[in-house]
Write a protein that binds this ligand. Structure first.
Ligand code: DCP
Ligand code: MG
Length: 444
């Protein structure tokens, strides 16, 4: 165990929503909900103004609308999130070579690998405060919350304690006092099912958990996890901050004797393969952010496509949905000989539930990924548009043949609203110069 609070965890506040408020001045200080806006959509995140009304990640958008009807409901703009993320990760890497991103908006930084005079508490705190200020500056106003501690576990717990825009330092030696009153769910890997199993055994807080000996714990939650739980309950965590993970992936493929032409069948096969991949991920306690498919055509040309989530998944439903979405963009009319599904960008720090017991129900509300399709011309609320004379703006709403746009950008003041026929040739979707939402993977 370290003796200095040199593990830093940084997590941006209400990330997607904050990026929307930055780029849409009229929404600053207002409730904003980002997620699926359709009938069965799910909230990806809500601004802190919307959280006051009880809107939460993974809640159905329907529920969110009833709790906070006056919020702006927007679909995601992943290009903007990726761009902000890259700026932040770049800043972190300027502090230390050891930066381990966990998702688009959070990362560990190992200050012990940074070029610092010492690792005294005051030194680490100064680095953290400076970093927070620089993130704010470099991203055009996003705020980050930071935790400092002697391990990944403690740093991550700490960054959550004073959100938004806060810094929490856990001085070496005070870790166990901090954890004791907390619910067991604070421990990475303790999801709803494990928490319930522990609760039935009368264990609700970390303090309760500390009283359970290893043997009993193994009996309760199994050998592999009992061990981890035993140590984490005592704040014993010596996992390293790792900059580059080994390129790992889990994939499944099948070859077919006859050329497949039925799309429904192909989708069914991909769904089944996604199930096998997700099962293997869960079995090994892994999750991954990048889902890819491999398709070999009748003429044996092989195509690969991939798409990346904002946070890792091990859910059959999510992997299957993404795989089917990727297939939708390919021309398979000539027939298909091979289909495969893979997940890469693997992490062993699963945000949902380390014990691989999350039900599909619980995993389903993961980030809704919009598989981009260049052929569609739909106006989703929040998307970037450009008008030949009015310039840049965003879709405020659309329906009944009309699209309403607010003309403003991060750099402008709150701007005017105009409506147009939804096929107005003067209006077009706006994309940054380097979009690449779905970069084709190198040929397999
Ligand atoms: N996200 C998502 N679906 C979820 C959870 C998160 O799409 N179920 C996305 C949206 C978030 C981003 O990931 O903006 C970062 O996730 P966080 O858990 O860090 O949540 P926020 O940054 O939104 O809020 P907080 O201030 O609590 O960190
Ligand atoms: Mg965050």
């Amino acid at each position: 165990m370290r003796t200095s609070a040199s593990v830093l965890h940084l997590d941006l506040d209400a990330f997607f929503a904050s990026v929307e408020q930055r780029d849409k001045p009229s929404l600053r200080g207002k409730p904003v909900v980002v997620g699926g806006v359709g009938g069965r959509g799910v909230v990806a995140t809500a601004s802190y103004e919307a959280r006051k009304y009880g809107v939460r990640s993974a809640m159905s958008t329907r529920e969110a609308r009833s709790r906070c009807p006056h919020a702006a409901f927007l679909t995601g703009r992943f290009h903007a999130y990726r761009e902000a993320s890259a700026i932040v990760m770049g800043l972190l890497r300027s502090v230390s070579p050891l930066v381990e991103p966990l998702s688009l908006d959070e990362a560990f930084v190992d200050l012990a690998a940074a070029d610092l005079p010492d690792l005294e508490l005051a030194t680490c705190v100064a680095v953290a405060e400076d970093l927070r200020a620089r993130v704010h500056e470099a991203t055009g106003g996003l705020t980050a919350s930071v935790g400092l501690g002697t391990s990944k576990f403690i740093a991550k717990v700490a960054s959550d304690l004073d959100k938004p825009d806060g810094l929490t330092v856990v001085p070496p030696g005070t870790e166990r006092d901090l954890l004791r009153p907390m619910l067991v769910t604070v421990i990475p890997g303790v999801g709803p099912a494990t928490a319930e199993r522990l609760r039935r055994a009368g264990i609700q807080t970390v303090a309760d958990l500390e009283l359970v000996d290893l043997e009993e714990l193994v009996r309760l939650v199994g050998k592999a996890h009992g061990n981890g739980l035993f140590h984490l309950a005592r704040a014993q965590d010596d996992r390293l901050v790792v900059a580059e993970r080994e390129a790992k992936s889990v994939s499944v493929e099948g070859t077919y004797d006859t050329d497949l032409t039925d799309r429904k069948l192909m989708e069914g096969l991909l769904t089944r393969q996604a199930g096998e991949v997700a099962e293997r991920l869960r079995k090994h306690g892994l999750s991954g952010r990048t889902v890819s498919i491999k398709v070999r055509l009748h003429d044996f040309t092989t195509l690969s496509r991939s798409s990346t989530l904002s946070s890792p998944t091990d859910s059959t439903a999510t992997v299957a949905r993404m795989a089917r979405g990727l297939l939708a963009d390919l021309d398979t009319s000539g027939g298909v000989r091979l289909l495969g599904v893979g997940v890469s960008g693997l992490a062993d720090w699963i945000q949902e539930d380390l014990f691989g017991e999350t039900t599909e129900e619980e995993v389903e509300p993961l980030p809704e990924v919009e598989v981009p399709s260049s052929r569609r011309r739909t106006w989703s609320p929040g998307m970037d548009v450009e008008h030949t004379t009015m310039g840049r703006g965003w879709v405020w709403g659309a329906g009944r043949g009309v699209v309403t746009v607010r003309f403003e950008t991060a750099a402008s003041a709150s701007g005017p609203v105009r409506s147009y026929p939804d096929d107005d040739p003067e209006l077009s979707a706006w994309r940054p110069a380097d979009p690449d939402e779905t970069a084709p993977a190198p040929p397999a």
